[in-house]
Design a protein around this ligand. Structure first.
Ligand code: FES
Length: 97
């Protein structure tokens, strides 16, 4: 699982996931996965995933499922995905056309 932690200067024209708390959220997800004993998963911060306006950007492989994360309230759904493969449909990213 990759979570974008890219940071841009405050005066940048594009948004960035770091400004939406992605690094803190990534750490919380990592901790949750460890606490729940979910094996064979690596939660990793990434650079810009090119979906800045749809972030916090998260992608889960090998499925290639993209999520827009909004906060720690997402974590139970992400854990369910990691445990069972059940996609959290309400968190799916809907890239702007
Ligand atoms: S800054 Fe997160 S996808 Fe670009």
């Amino acid at each position: 699982m990759f979570i974008c932690a890219h940071e841009r200067p405050a005066d940048a024209t594009r948004e960035c996931c770091a400004a939406k708390g992605s690094l803190e959220l990534m750490k919380a997800i990592k901790t949750a996965a460890k606490v729940e004993g979910i094996a064979n998963i690596r939660v990793q911060k990434s650079g810009c995933l090119s979906n800045c306006e749809n972030g916090v950007s998260c992608v889960v492989y090998p499925e290639g499922v993209w999520y827009t994360l909004t906060g720690e309230e997402n974590i139970p759904y992400l854990m369910e995905h990691l445990r069972t493969g059940t996609v959290a449909k309400h968190l799916l990213m809907h890239p702007e056309a």
